[in-house]
Design a protein around this ligand. Structure first.
Ligand code: FE2
Ligand code: FE2
Length: 261
């Protein structure tokens, strides 16, 4: 039997579903504005099932570390979705505007992976892990802020636990990305940079569309301090070989979600 790479073994050592008090959360009251954000967040958590399917479609799960990560990751994210859904069932709020007829993320992502990349498994894996690490980082920032926005102790504890798990997911994907990046050629590195610049969008944009995404995450996008925190994601990507100074989030925010003056 092959030994699992250290980052995968570490990920599995700390694996498990979030602990949360279902009765207390079902009885909690959450601010309507925060509930709207959580509504979208729950949808994104549930979408992880599609993202794991991408790994199968692209053949990335042939790698030992990803094969070990995917089922546990999917289970943990599904529990995040379930917990938030239970919480929201008892809240009064207006859900964010409906997304335009959804273009399935599955079709979009797979269709947009350039043909040259399919035969280059390490580069494809690098794109997948980098997009994943970046998305998990943004999720950490969002949950950390949500913790500060709620008053109820049980809800705060739940969001804390989820934040902790998102950090673990980010750490795994970042290490997996670095390992792949170290093994690729400069040409593959260039290709990867180009693909990432083409494909990157924060979690929620591909499935919601820009308008609905902006409507839901307005408190983050229109606040200079939170915006700066989200943009820290670019420093994380900088630590991956070949991917320095890509400024994925900065470019997105400046071009597609400028600060209202
Ligand atoms: Fe999650
Ligand atoms: Fe996560």
């Amino acid at each position: 039997m092959r030994t699992l790479p250290e980052h995968a073994a570490r990920f599995l050592r700390d694996a498990g579903l979030v602990h949360w008090d279902e009765v207390a959360c079902a009885g909690a009251r959450v601010d309507p504005q925060v509930s709207r954000i959580l509504h979208v967040v729950a949808q994104l958590e549930a979408d992880t099932a599609i993202t794991t399917q991408h790994a199968h479609t692209l053949g990335i799960d042939r790698a030992d570390d990803i094969a070990a990560f995917l089922p546990q990751w999917a289970a943990e994210e599904a529990e995040h979705a379930r917990a938030i859904s239970v919480l929201l069932q008892h809240q009064t709020y207006v859900p964010p505007v409906a997304a335009p007829p959804a273009i399935a993320r599955h079709r979009r992502l797979v269709a947009r992976v350039p043909r040259q990349l399919f035969g280059r498994l390490r580069a494809t894996g690098l794109v997948y892990c980098t997009l994943g690490a970046a998305a998990e980082y943004v999720t950490v920032v969002v949950y950390r802020e949500l913790v500060a926005m709620v008053d109820d102790q049980a809800v705060e504890a739940l969001l804390h636990e989820i934040t902790h798990q998102e950090r673990r997911h980010c750490a795994f994907l970042l290490t997996a990305a670095r390992e792949r990046a170290r093994a690729i050629s400069p040409v593959e590195g260039h290709l990867t940079r180009w693909v990432l610049a083409e494909m990157w969008a924060p979690p929620g944009v591909p499935s919601l569309g820009l308008d609905a995404w902006r409507d839901a995450f307005g408190p983050f996008i229109d606040d200079a301090v939170l915006r700066a925190r989200v943009q820290e994601m670019d420093r994380i990507v900088d630590t991956i070989p070949h991917l320095g100074d890509l400024h994925l989030m900065q470019q997105f925010l400046e071009q597609r979600a400028p600060l209202a003056s």
